[in-house]
Design a protein around this ligand. Structure first.
Ligand code: PLP
Length: 411
C-alpha cells in the first residue's frame, strides 16, 4: 500500500504561492470591474481571460479547479457549491428529456434520490444495477443511454465495482462513464481507468474537517482523432469541440448548467478546500491503514463488520488487486436491530453522530433512521440498508483507542 507520496509535493507546492502571500488569496467578490466596454466585450466572447462574474468563475476557485484537474489527470475542472451540485452539473451537462442513465452500485442516498425522483420528473430514466450485473448492464444500453454512473466504493454497502471492466463496456458502446470518487480520491484515478468525468463531494476527505461544503467535476480532454463525444449521441458537445477543441467538456458544463442553475463554489469554501488538500495524502495514508486495523480487530472480536479487507467479503480479491491504496474511510457495523444500533451509538465515547464522512474525527450514523428513512423496503434492500446498520467513517484518532471504544460500546 501507498502511492500517496507523489501527491505530497504536488499539493503543497501548488496550493502555496512562491512569491508574496504564501496562503492563497481569497477573492471575496461576486463581480469584477472590466474597466472598458472593449474589455467587457472580450471577456464575454472569451478572447480576454479575466473574471466575468463569480457565478461562472472566481479566481480563488479557479486555483482549486486547476489543482483538482491535475490531481486526476483531467484537462479541466469545475468546483461547485456541494457534492450533489457536482453530480447535478456533470449529469445535466449531457442529459435531455428522454435520455437514460445506467447507475451501478451501492449508491449514496442523495444521488439515488436525484436519479430516481428528481431527474425522473424531467423525463430522464435511470436503471439501477449491482456492481456484478455486467451482462444486464450491457443489454440495457440503447440509443437513449447517455451516462453510465458508478460510485468507486458503494456507500454504505461497501461493494466494489470492477471499474476497468465497466469502463471497457462503456467505451465499447461509446457511452460516457462518470465516477463518483468522493470516497477514494488519490487511491483511485478514474480517468486513468477509462472514465470520462469524475465527480467529488470535497466536503468529505478532501477538505476533511467539516469547515466547507463543496464539490467538483473533473473532465478528460477530447481526443484528437475518434472520440465518443464526437458521435451523434453527444451532439450537444459538438459546438464546444469546434470552438475550444480538447477543453470542450468544461465550457459545455459551464454554459449549459453552471450559468443557468448557478451551483457555483464560493471563494471561502474553495480556500478551505485547498488547505485541506495540502494534507490529504497524509490523512488518506493514515486513515486507510487505520480502517484495515480496526475492521480486522473488530471482526476478530465477533462484530458484524463489512469491509473488503476482510477475507469473508465477496470483493476481497478485487480489493487486493485493484484497491491497493485502500478504499477510503468507511466501514459498516451491523448490530442486527435498530435498538442495538442506538445502544452502540449512545455508548461510544469517540464517534461523533452525524451524516458526514471523511472527517479528521471518527463519525457514525444509523442508516435506516436517517439518510434512508424515506426509502421503501425494496430500495433499502437493493442499497444494503438493514435495520441495525451503522456507517462508520474512521478519523485520525489512534486506531487502538477506536477499537477499545467500539468494543465497550458493542457490549
Ligand atoms: N457522493 C457521495 C459518495 C457522498 O457520500 C455524498 C455526501 O454524503 C455526496 C456525494 C454529496 O455530497 P455533498 O453533501 O457535499 O452534497
Amino acid at each position: 500500500m501507498n502511492n500517496f507520496e507523489e501527491y505530497c509535493t504536488q499539493f503543497v507546492q501548488s496550493v502555496g504561492n512562491r512569491e508574496g502571500a504564501i496562503s492563497p488569496a481569497v477573492i471575496n467578490s461576486a463581480s469584477f470591474a472590466y474597466g472598458t466596454p472593449e474589455i467587457g466585450e472580450g471577456i464575454f466572447d472569451g478572447s480576454v481571460k479575466k473574471p466575468l462574474y463569480s457565478r461562472v468563475g472566481n479566481p480563488t476557485t479557479a486555483k482549486l479547479e486547476s489543482i483538482l484537474a491535475e490531481m486526476d489527470g483531467g484537462v479541466g475542472a469545475i468546483a461547485t457549491s456541494s457534492g450533489m451540485a457536482a453530480t447535478t452539473l456533470a449529469t445535466m451537462s449531457l442529459l435531455a428529456c428522454g435520455n437514460e442513465i445506467i447507475s451501478i452500485g451501492g449508491l449514496f442516498g442523495g444521488t439515488y434520490a436525484l436519479f430516481n425522483e428528481t431527474l425522473r420528473r424531467f423525463g430522464i430514466t435511470t436503471h439501477f444495477f449491482d456492481v456484478e450485473e455486467l451482462e444486464n448492464i450491457k443489454s440495457t444500453i440503447n440509443e437513449n443511454t447517455k451516462i453510465i454512473f458508478l460510485e468507486s466504493v458503494g456507500n454504505p454497502n461497501m461493494r466494489l465495482p470492477n471499474i476497468k471492466a465497466i469502463a471497457t463496456i462503456a467505451n465499447k458502446a461509446g457511452i460516457v462513464l462518470m465516477v463518483d470518487n468522493t470516497i477514494t480520491p488519490l487511491s483511485i484515478s478514474p480517468l486513468k481507468l477509462g472514465a470520462d468525468i469524475v465527480v467529488y463531494s470535497t466536503t468529505k476527505i478532501i477538505t476533511g474537517n467539516a469547515s466547507a461544503l463543496g464539490g467538483c467535476a473533473v473532465f478528460r480532454a477530447i481526443n484528437d482523432g475518434d472520440d465518443k463525444f464526437k458521435t451523434d449521441r453527444y451532439a450537444e458537445v459538438h459546438p464546444f469541440i469546434k470552438k475550444v477543441g480538447k477543453m470542450a467538456l468544461v465550457p459545455n458544463a459551464k454554459k449549459r448548467v453552471m450559468r443557468d442553475f448557478g451551483m457555483s463554489a464560493n471563494a471561502h469554501a474553495s480556500y478551505q478546500t485547498m488547505l485541506g488538500l495540502e494534507t490529504l495524502p497524509l490523512r488518506m495514508d493514515r486513515i486507510v491503514k487505520s480502517v484495515e486495523t480496526i475492521a480486522k480487530e473488530l471482526d476478530r472480536n465477533g462484530l458484524n463488520i463489512n469491509h473488503p479487507c476482510l477475507k469473508s467479503h465477496p470483493h476481497h480479491t478485487l480489493y487486493t488487486t485493484e484497491f491497493k491504496n485502500g478504499c477510503g474511510t468507511l466501514l459498516t457495523i451491523d448490530m442486527q436491530t435498530k435498538e442495538k444500533a442506538f445502544a452502540f451509538l449512545n455508548k461510544t465515547k469517540l464517534a461523533i453522530i452525524t451524516a458526514n464522512i471523511g472527517d479528521s474525527r471518527t463519525l457514525a450514523l444509523h442508516m435506516a433512521s436517517t439518510i434512508y428513512s424515506d426509502f421503501d423496503d425494496e430500495t433499502k434492500d437493493f442499497l444494503g440498508i438493514t435495520d441495525g446498520l451503522i456507517r462508520i467513517s474512521i478519523g485520525l484518532e489512534n486506531p487502538q483507542d477506536i477499537i477499545s471504544d467500539f468494543l465497550q460500546a458493542a457490549q
